[in-house]
Design a protein around this ligand. Structure first.
Ligand code: GAF
Length: 377
């Protein structure tokens, strides 16, 4: 990255920063319901080399897209910068909105986080740029506030109505751990995740079915959850306990809303159980929780698609101990707990099933719990 920066700008960068994509182990569509999530950071990340520039503007070169976008203070208005660069301009905007003075800068960035796969490539971009700009500008911003500012960029500048999950994962995760986050209080802690200790590893398989939060039904799910909370007289669905679920469901007007609520309430309970299981070192017991989460997303929240369901079923038939879709839904990736050394075999089984069904080829890799956003050089 240092060399790439020198090639582009003719001088050395001041530093190099990185922020990862994530998989969410469990806890889907619970974050914006004030609930619980349990993601871990991937080794796949966005890397940014940066140096200050003196004209008070920001120049951003994407090595993946071979494009440079330059913007200035007058562009720090939601909607002014579009496409991939909106995630960069939005971070500058959100930092400024939070009261920080952001140094003009040249940034050169690259990413190996698959895009549109539900692995938070956009949060990785936001958090890498934010980490670089915070350092370059000499700002003091606590880790949780960094996640909140990056989320603000996503919600208000880019216009995607997401929760805190992705930016919190990219910022707060640590190597060898999953993150347990209470999205209401923002309390969080690391949960050791040494899958090899129980002879397992985590396969991440990208179905290559593209998804999009802005154009998908994500906003629709959010609205239904908010409406249900209003009808039930609670601040958020997090306030409905598993014990009260039947009573709550009987007070809702239609079957679709009942199923949406059942997903959120049971998913929160599954996250709490997953944390308990991991704390006890019983990591193999995550498998039934992953399976139940998938069923709930498929039948109650209705956010899976045929490629995703086929990938999950095939992975299980090929020896996975538990499998589920991860991320916002309507495509993207599945994760599967598989015996150490069998990830390729399971991946190949899914590829064969896709071929037979007439779907395009999937891609896969091992999900390794890795470090969150940080300075590399
Ligand atoms: C996307 C969103 F960005 C997250 O906030 C979260 O809601 C997730 O979908 C579903 O769990 O990744």
């Amino acid at each position: 990255m240092t060399e790439a920066f020198v090639q582009q700008l003719g001088h050395d960068p001041v530093g190099v920063w990185a922020a990862p994509g994530r998989v969410n182990l469990i806890g889907e569509h619970t974050d914006y319901n004030d609930g619980f999530v349990m993601p871990f950071a991937l080794a796949e990340q966005v890397v940014v080399a940066a140096a200050p520039r003196e004209d008070g503007r920001w120049g951003v070169r994407s090595l993946n897209r071979r494009q440079t976008v330059t913007f200035g203070p007058q562009d720090l208005v939601p909607g002014r910068v579009e496409g991939w660069a909106a995630y960069v301009a939005g971070v500058v905007w959100a930092l400024a909105e939070a009261g920080h003075t952001v140094q003009g800068a040249d940034l050169v960035l690259t990413s190996d986080v698959p895009v549109g796969a539900g692995l938070s490539s956009s949060a990785a971009l936001e958090c890498a740029v934010l980490t670089a700009l915070v350092d370059l500008s000499g700002l003091e911003v606590a880790p949780l506030d960094r996640a909140r500012i990056a989320r603000r960029c996503e919600n208000a500048y880019v216009g995607a109505p997401t929760g805190l999950l992705d930016q919190a994962a990219s910022t707060l995760c640590e190597a060898d751990n999953a993150l347990f986050l209470d999205c209401r209080s923002a309390d969080h802690r690391q949960v050791p995740l040494d899958l090899s200790s129980v002879g397992l590893e985590l396969l991440v398989l990208d179905t290559k079915t593209p998804h999009s939060h802005v154009t998908s039904e994500y906003g629709d799910r959010r609205r239904t959850c908010d409406e249900a909370a209003k009808i039930l007289g609670v601040a958020a669905l997090r306030d409905v306990s598993l014990d009260d679920l039947d009573d709550a469901l009987s007070r809702l007007p239609d079957d679709v809303m009942r199923r949406r609520v059942r997903h959120v309430v049971t998913e929160d309970a599954r996250v709490l159980e997953a944390v308990e299981v991991a704390d006890d070192g019983r990591l193999a017991d995550l498998a039934p929780l992953l399976d139940a989460s998938h069923t709930s997303m498929r039948d109650d929240f209705e956010i899976t698609v045929p490629t995703v369901d086929l990938a999950v079923e095939t992975a299980r038939a090929a020896g996975a101990h538990g499998a589920r879709m991860t991320g916002g839904g309507f495509g993207g990736c599945i994760i599967a707990l598989v015996p150490v050394g069998s990830a390729d075999e399971v991946g190949r089984a899914v590829a064969a099933a896709f071929d037979e069904a007439g779907y395009g080829a999937p891609a896969w890799f091992l999900g390794v719990p890795s470090a969150g956003a940080r300075r590399l050089v």
